[in-house]
Design a protein around this ligand. Structure first.
Ligand code: SF4
Length: 263
């Protein structure tokens, strides 16, 4: 039920909300049935990256890698064992999907991120691992304003007394809207669990991992802006407001709807 006691009238995905922030016209055209996308400098690494990280998490959940008796291995040897296992998963995925481009870069990103996450789970019992992994790659649905919102989160992790909402990304896409996406997920998860979660985004680029955390203050500032945007989206659909073209014309270079939008 919506906050006012009525069933939500609109259904949006988290991606649609992000799109509406990038460009209201883009959101509206797509919502009206136009086929298009934002094409960034992607060579498929982002998709590959998510598939492998998903495999790593599955591997952690039904431990093959983590059943290896590594308790007394020195750290450097531990890194080697994990890296070899990650590489095996990487090769499996690459063969399965027939990726051809830039695999050296992809491996570098996956090795960096994979090692970082895998090491959080080593030297832990199966019970401890299960307690840590709350959700991985999970669809969530929640109500905001008068809308039903759907999205997919990468990882929800219990680390001590803290619940971390983790999103991992390569820097190949437009990252300016990440705070919107993670704020929506935080809202949805907190509604679902009734507990506070800490949003963190991990960016990996050229083998370097960078963690970006968003403070509660930033989130509280962002929330009313997102809610207003959702109201705008509803108004565009109902014809109560006219969608406008993005003021950031730089993104139009990546937009395949350019022709029909006649920018
Ligand atoms: S071309 Fe630019 S203004 Fe037009 S829909 Fe795409 S992003 Fe929006």
């Amino acid at each position: 039920m919506g906050t006012d006691g009525y069933l939500p009238q609109y259904k949006f995905t988290v991606s649609e909300v992000v799109d509406a922030f990038r460009c209201p016209m883009y959101f509206f055209l797509k919502r009206s049935g136009a086929k298009g996308s934002f094409v960034y400098k992607s060579d498929g690494i982002g998709t590959l990256f998510h598939s492998i990280l998903n495999k790593i998490v599955n591997e952690i959940k039904s431990p093959t890698l983590f059943k290896i008796d590594i308790a007394d291995k020195p750290l450097i040897e531990l890194d080697k064992i994990i890296t070899e296992e990650l590489y095996r998963l990487f090769l499996e995925e690459v063969k399965r999907k027939d990726y051809t481009r830039n695999l050296d870069t992809a491996w570098k990103e996956i090795e960096t991120m994979g090692l970082f996450f895998s090491k959080k789970f080593t030297r832990k019992s199966e019970q401890e691992v299960n307690d840590m992994l709350i959700f991985t790659e999970r669809h969530i649905e929640f109500i905001m304003n008068n809308a039903h919102i759907k999205g997919k989160i990468d990882l929800l992790l219990k680390e001590g007394m803290t619940i971390s909402l983790i999103d991992y990304k390569t820097k190949e896409e437009d990252i300016s809207t990440d705070v919107i996406q993670i704020s929506l997920y935080k809202y949805g998860i907190e509604e679902m669990l009734g507990e506070r979660v800490i949003p963190k985004i991990f960016y990996v680029s050229n083998g370097v991992l960078e963690e970006k955390r968003f403070t509660e203050k930033e989130y509280q500032k962002m929330l009313p802006i997102i809610k207003n945007k959702i109201l705008d989206m509803e108004n565009y659909i109902e014809g109560r407001a006219k969608p406008y073209r993005s003021k950031n014309t730089g993104i139009c270079n990546f937009c395949t709807l350019k022709r029909i939008c006649s920018v």
